[in-house]
Design a protein around this ligand. Structure first.
Ligand SMILES: [Zn+2]
Ligand SMILES: [Zn+2]
Length: 224
């Protein structure tokens, strides 16, 4: 029943970068699991994103009539902070419906300043796994209307508590993403709700992270 579909996931990967399955496999699994939306956001750096986006767009056409909303996008990863705004602009021109940035997770080295540059770049929609997000950057997210991510991915999620606290204090939007690299890693609604609660969100903030903020982001991406 389309009306009962409540799971929005703005971050996942396919074999077009380091995921395990095709876009069609990922979207089919999401549709079958009752998702409302799945964005596929494969990694790119400064290379031309057009071949990737073209392939995602072609496979997305299979889902046009179905209950699942698709978004095709990129996750800008390990781009020097000074070039993030330019890379985001180019990805948008190349057809990205959503542009996310691989934030300063504790899991691996990400150039310092990536969070700030992402939140300052006009064409970036969402900052993924921001790690030890500063108060200043949370305020920047709020001012610039950027969305911050609570990550369902192992290790990336270690700092969900501080991301949640600083986003709430600053009034910035939060969403819960899977960052799935395999369809079995797609996070169902109930687990997303627990991740939001586990990050310390109060009941009303949980509802906003699972429904309100995703709907606003979808609108911003032109599909709301
Ligand atoms: Zn990432
Ligand atoms: Zn990712």
């Amino acid at each position: 029943m389309p009306g009962s579909r409540t799971r929005f996931d703005f971050h996942a990967h396919t074999l077009l970068s380091d995921g395990a399955q095709s876009p069609t496999d990922m979207w089919s699994a999401a549709a079958q699991r009752g998702h409302r939306l799945l964005a596929l956001t494969d990694h790119v750096a400064l290379e031309d994103a057009r071949p990737l986006l073209r392939r995602l767009q072609e496979e997305a056409t299979a889902f046009e009539e179905g209950p699942l909303t698709t978004l095709v996008g990129v996750e800008l990863s390990k781009v020097p902070p000074l070039r993030i705004a330019e890379a985001a602009r180019r990805a948008r021109r190349a057809g990205a419906e959503i542009v996310i940035v691989h934030g300063e997770t504790l899991m691996e080295y990400v150039p310092p300043g990536t969070n700030h540059a992402a939140l300052d770049a006009p064409e970036v929609d969402l900052l993924a796994h921001p790690g030890l997000l500063s108060e200043r950057d949370a305020e920047l997210a709020h001012r610039h209307g950027k969305v911050l991510e609570l990550s369902g991915r192992r290790m990336h999620g270690l700092t969900n508590g501080i991301v949640a606290a600083r986003a709430i204090a600053a009034g910035a939007d939060l969403v819960v993403d899977s960052d799935a690299h395999h369809f079995e890693e797609l996070i169902p609604s109930e687990l997303a709700r627990r991740i939001a609660r586990g990050a310390g969100l109060r009941p009303q903030a949980v509802v906003d992270a699972l429904e309100g903020a995703p709907k606003r982001l979808l609108k911003r991406c032109g599909k709301g």
